[in-house]
Ligand binder design. Structure first.
Ligand code: BGC
Length: 757
């Protein structure tokens, strides 16, 4: 009773104060907007990139003139506290209304302390760690002048050809939604006006991960049932978590580019989901709609604005054409006002009207950025993002003694460790795997090194794959010479570590591939190393799922380390030599070859599912390879070995809104303490529309000491059974459900429940 009274009192006390805050903000913004000319209002919608601030003299640059004229709302990707202050000063001291600027940046997986690429981070399946990584990134960025990040990227993708799979959280809507929430919470905290929280921008709304043929910026087309059930969930989760802004995607949705898609931006986002924040385009997203073929710049800008877009990144389409559109009756003053208000509200919530320099604190910058404690956390998080794909005869962990041959183009390349989209990273501070191993192992292990091969035989390809200061310093010797040198070293060692795979920039934006294997030059090296008969550990660097059929069949141990960030080399040493037991689980399926793409665990059954072994004529399979992946979603080994009991259900028949509890006992059968991610999947056996063969509905990451058993319970409610039906109504349907729990999406125990209305 006391508790109830306390809650009621809290509500009574908190509610008016929230309203009062909103009231104060509305009052302030209304008064400000009354003073604004239409040019100044449109100026707020303008978001140029840092441009000549980075190189030139800030105060006399072209953007500076626009700032003074009130024609800029914010700027992004300036990394310099001094410059940010200088620029803010222009707005505050020289512009008529002294409206502060917002400063955005692509703080995607860390600031100077770089965390694993998002795809890697998602493999931790640990929401606290993920939130923590965003919190640290916000701490660092906010002390360096940044108050807005274009993250998280939550585009579901089932296509490893698409380079931007590296920036997302994999193929699953449920996992993606949990991560979206954790990231937003990490960046924004519980109060945006604090000087160490920043506004998050979820992107790219919507469906960007479903571009045809995995080619970046390409067309997207899918049914609404699929959109709502599979692709939109993570964006919605970010909105529900209170994300301050959302970025539209480059692709079209239903034949209309997302940036001008009224159904997407207004009907779904604002009306159905109740999004109250600001909607920003992607880089020149408005202008690009001219090439999409829906009109000239004035037309597309007007369409974007009237569809619900508030802010124009880089292209200045809104700034330069909207007044004319107003005269022509193509846009309304009400919509211009609303867009302007959204941007002013964001600034207000960030506390910029109170103190425009709130995020510029040299002292904080000195102590926060790339601090030892941040780097230590990043090292631990990186180690937990690695996925052990194979470990024949417990080859790993390697003993801390003897001689190791460290070979491959990624073995001594510091710049590539952080991965793609680490714009704030200080590459001069990064270390290579070779340096990391030497530092961690000291003189306990003798490390011999040779490059062994170039990243790729084709030097032009290698150049494209080594952009943004991440070059591979090409070796001009022949491939044979490089392999011979590597073999001499390999023959002197007890264990071979082959550091191979992709470069950082082989994934990321505009880095789509049609061949998703390890480049041939490196495969040739790997084959030669295997032939020595020495134990070979493949340390695999990649920003996407690769086709690893040959490697799975021939290499004794494979540790997938993605791109683990600034501390990756140390974290790799920690895992390879047993200081950390790997616990990462894949958030995407690894296919046998690119021809199987898209291959994902939560597919539909079809009318002719493969029953029995491959191959069956007139069933849904291929004549050349089976339907199986090399590694399924949720897969990842440990140095421990775990076993699962059968599932116990609290009841086999459940009615209406009763709960169900599914319980399982997991045992660590090894002599090593470890972590396991228990995964809950549900299959709705009969539906009014076809339902996936299984869908992730829960997971728990648990610690299990050597020999220990733990009981893990999942509470299941009708919320877990809901889906968007043919009428796009979100509801559950009675009937039989398979409840599955296991160590990955393929390897599960199963029980059946009957759930009546
Ligand atoms: C990317 C966005 C990014 C923006 C700003 C675009 O090219 O698609 O993800 O936030 O650039 O750098």
């Amino acid at each position: 009773m006391k508790r109830v009274i306390a809650i009621v009192l809290c509500v009574i006390v908190i509610m008016p104060s929230l309203d009062a805050q909103d009231f104060k903000m509305n009052h302030f913004i209304k008064a400000l907007m009354q003073k604004m000319t239409i040019e100044e209002k449109l100026g707020q919608l303008n978001l140029p990139s840092s441009g000549d601030f980075v190189t030139g003299n800030a105060a006399s640059s072209d953007i500076a003139k626009k700032i003074v004229a009130g024609k800029v709302g914010g700027i992004f990707n300036i990394k310099s506290l001094a410059k940010i202050k200088e620029v803010q000063k222009l707005a505050i001291e020289k512009s008529r209304l002294k409206i502060p600027l917002m400063f955005g940046m692509d703080v995607i997986h860390g600031y100077e302390t770089v965390f694993p690429i998002p795809l890697g981070l998602s493999c931790t399946w640990d929401m606290n760690l993920i939130e923590r990584s965003a919190r640290i990134a916000a701490n660092e960025a906010s002390s360096d002048g940044i108050n807005w990040t274009f993250s998280p990227m939550v585009d579901i993708s089932r296509d490893p050809r698409w380079g931007r799979v590296s920036e997302g959280n994999g193929e699953d809507p449920f996992l993606g939604a949990q991560i979206a929430k954790a990231m937003v919470k990490g960046y924004q905290g519980d109060d945006l006006s604090k000087n160490n929280t920043i506004m998050s921008c979820v992107k790219h709304y919507a469906l960007y991960g479903a571009v045809e043929a995995g080619r970046d910026y390409n067309t997207t087309d899918m049914s609404r049932v699929r959109m709502f059930n599979e692709y939109l969930m993570p964006y919605k989760a970010a909105v529900d978590a209170g994300v301050g802004s959302i970025m539209t995607s480059f692709n079209e949705v239903d034949g209309v580019p997302a940036t001008a898609n009224k159904w997407l931006l207004t009907d779904v986002l604002k009306k159905q989901w109740g999004f109250k924040g600001l909607v920003v385009s992607d880089y020149t997203g408005i202008n690009e709609m001219v090439a999409h073929g829906i009109g000239n710049l004035q037309t597309v800008a007007a369409r974007a604005l009237m569809a619900g877009l508030d802010m124009d990144m880089v292209g200045e389409g809104l700034l330069t054409t909207t007044e004319q559109s107003l005269k022509d009756g193509k846009v309304t003053m009400a919509r211009i006002d609303e867009a302007c208000r959204k941007i002013l509200e964001a600034k207000y919530k960030l506390g910029l009207f109170e103190d425009p320099y709130r995020y510029c604190d040299e002292n904080r910058a000195k102590s926060e950025i790339y601090s030892i404690s941040n780097r230590n956390e990043a090292r631990s998080i990186a180690a937990q993002s690695f996925v052990l794909l194979k470990n024949q005869h417990q080859l790993l962990p390697i003993k801390k003694s003897g001689t190791v041959a460290l070979l491959g183009p990624l073995a001594d390349n510091a710049e590539n460790m952080g991965g793609t989209w680490s714009v704030a990273a200080n590459l001069s501070k990064s270390v290579s795997l070779k340096t990391g191993l030497n530092e961690v192992l000291g003189d306990k292990v003798k490390i011999l090194y040779a490059k062994g091969s170039n990243l790729d035989d084709d030097s032009a390809f290698e150049k494209r794959a080594g952009m943004f200061g991440k070059s591979f310093k090409r070796d001009n010797r022949s491939a044979e010479e490089m392999i011979s040198e590597a073999l001499i070293i390999a023959n002197k060692a007890d264990v071979i570590i082959a550091a191979l795979g992709e470069s950082a920039e082989m994934s990321g934006e505009s880095s789509s591939r049609t061949n998703i294997e390890i480049p041939q030059s490196q495969k040739n090296l790997l084959k030669a190393l295997i032939k020595t008969g020495k134990p070979v550990v493949l340390v695999l660097f990649t920003g996407r799922p690769l086709a690893l059929q040959w490697e799975q069949e021939n290499v004794p141990a494979i540790l997938n380390v993605w791109f683990g960030g600034s501390e990756a080399p140390y974290a790799i040493a920690d895992v390879l030599f047993g200081d950390v037991n790997p616990s990462g689980k894949l958030s995407t399926t690894f296919p046998q070859n690119v021809g199987q793409v898209p291959l994902y665990y939560n597919h539909k059954n079809t009318g002719r599912p493969l029953t029995g072994n491959w191959f069956q004529k007139f069933q849904s399979n291929y004549i050349d390879i089976s339907n199986e992946p090399v590694y399924p979603f949720g897969f990842g080994l440990s140095y421990s070995s775990f076993s699962y009991s059968e599932i116990t259900l609290s009841s086999k028949k459940v009615k209406g809104n009763q709960d169900l509890t599914a319980t399982i006992t997991i045992t660590n059968n090894s002599k090593i303490d470890g972590k396991e991610v228990a995964q809950l999947y549900i299959r709705d056996i009969v539906g009014s529309i076809t339902r996936p063969v299984k869908e992730l509905k829960g997971f728990q990451k648990i610690n299990l000491a050597a020999g220990e058993s733990k009981t893990v319970s999942f509470k299941i409610t009708t919320d877990d059974l809901k889906f968007y039906n043919y009428e796009l109504k979100y509801d559950w349907e009675p009937g039989e459900f398979q409840i599955m729990i296991g160590t990955n999406s393929n390897d599960v125990k199963m029980a059946i429940v009957n759930w009546e209305k």
